[in-house]
Ligand binder design. Structure first.
Ligand SMILES: [Zn+2]
Length: 120
């Protein structure tokens, strides 16, 4: 993560209200497990979350390597969007700052997945 302590690009949104979310439209399961078989580009949406209002700001891409297992936890407030979560962290507002969040508990509770997907 880049450090921008002194100079921060002001786009009108404080970084502390931003979460990274992934759109998943093929299921509504609370937790999704995906085994990565083939390298692919994951699209993450940068979303500002303020008092249950969600605004999609922009998107970025992350390369996912084969052999990884990704878990996604469903957003409470934005239909069709999920946080990328693991036992060590989460891309929600709280999780990004290493604060406890219920998504990590969801993942641990569902480590035996309810939905299993082969991507690519
Ligand atoms: Zn979270």
């Amino acid at each position: 993560m880049r450090k921008q302590a002194l100079k921060r690009t002001n786009i009108g949104v404080s970084d502390s209200v931003v979460a990274y979310m992934v759109k998943i439209d093929w299921t509504t399961a609370p937790v999704v497990k995906v085994d990565i078989r083939k390298e692919f580009k994951l699209t993450l949406h940068r979303v500002s979350v303020l008092r249950h209002e969600y605004h999609i700001l922009d998107e970025m891409h992350a390369t996912v390597k084969p052999g990884q297992t990704l878990y996604f936890a469903k957003s409470d407030g934005l239909d069709g969007y999920y946080y990328m979560t693991s036992e060590d962290g989460c891309t929600c507002k709280a999780g990004r700052f290493k604060m406890p969040c219920h998504h990590i508990e969801m993942i641990i509770d569902h480590i035996d997945p309810t939905v299993y997907a082969d991507v690519a």
